[in-house]
Design a protein. Structure first.
Length: 65
């Protein structure tokens, strides 16, 4: 029963061309990405990066206008 509930929930989340944005990247993984780009590997830099993503205008749109 738990599997079916998970499947049903997933389908609802992905309905109508919706998608998911994973924001739970681990600090070590994020730090590796930042190091390659010369970005400080700090808590505030990671927070600013995540905030930039979620405040991007038009992020949820499916087409470019």
């Amino acid at each position: 029963m738990k599997n079916q509930k998970l499947i049903d929930t997933s389908r609802k989340l992905m309905a109508d061309d919706k998608g998911l944005l994973a924001m739970d990247e681990s600090n070590p993984t994020c730090n590796k990405r930042f190091a390659l780009l010369g970005i400080p590997q700090t808590e505030s830099a990671r927070r600013d990066y995540r905030e930039l993503i979620v405040t991007t205008p038009g992020l949820g749109k499916t087409s470019v206008e």
